[in-house]
Design a protein around this ligand. Sequence first.
Ligand code: FO1
Length: 310
Amino acid sequence: MITALAGGVGAARFLRGLVEIIPQEDLTVIVNTGDDIELHGLYISPDIDIIMYTLAGMVDEGKGWGIRGDTFHCLEMLGRYGCETWFNLGDKDLACHIYRTYLLRKGLTLSEVTEKISKALGLRVNIIPMTNQRFRTIIVTDNGRMHFQEYLVKRRARDRVIHVEFEGVDEANPAPGVLDSILNSDAIIICPSNPIVSIGTILSIRKVKDAIERSEARVVAISPIVGGAPIKGPADKLMRALGYEVSAYGVAEYYRSLIDAIVIDRVDESERLRIESLGIKVAVTDTIMKSLQSKIQLAKFVLDLIRELP
Ligand code: FO1
């Protein structure tokens, strides 16, 4: 059994390769919900949707989110009614948010809803939100406090980040299945996602971090920072704001108490010795995932590395 900790696009691309080489039933994905947002009366869970759409082969590969070939007629009409349209919700994508919101209002939990939607999309992977409780990532900037999506999408990450807050962290319990999966897995993979706002949110739930520390599973991270910059998204700005070096080394340092090994890109090979000095094994390969072949290759590399770990 394998447990993966995941954010959105980078994680989904890696997992797309992984499900080509292991049975879907053997994989549990614990997904960040700090990015979740309510818009137009609907509950949107972007990272869960990105993972589901990607594994179901429906995602818009170019953007990494949303559904391939989707149209935006509903959003256009919402704009005519004066609603905000900065968050691009496609017509087919909206069906997921409508159904999710309907089920949540009926009293189902986010994990029950996620299971229903992922099964309906034909998936056999166990996709679990990190928590069923309200949890929001708030970015504190020189321009005020704002929801993560407002910082990233509406304001295009242009504000200077001062601090990151996790609203609801003190009350958040892991969703059912999260701790069991961590404690009963042979391996835990930290996907190439934003360390601060995708994986950091999951680890901010004390019981989750404790379970990973206690687990006998081998823990491997894949660096989302390549050549000193994130493959996608604002990880550089957030890492810098929190005092981490924007490098594969900075990622290793962030995960230091949890991981046995880290996979870094060939361009970062020169960081090997510094990372090894933290007591972390380093494995070097190509980590940029453009084609399905490259995703499978990276997944195989990670599985081989896990097998080699003591
Ligand atoms: N990202 C954008 O950059 N612009 C968007 O308009 C946008 C809309 C969107 C709609 C549904 C969805 O599931 C994801 C969407 N994303 C959009 C991606 C999302 O903001 C982030 O990439 C994740 O939250 C970070 O993992």
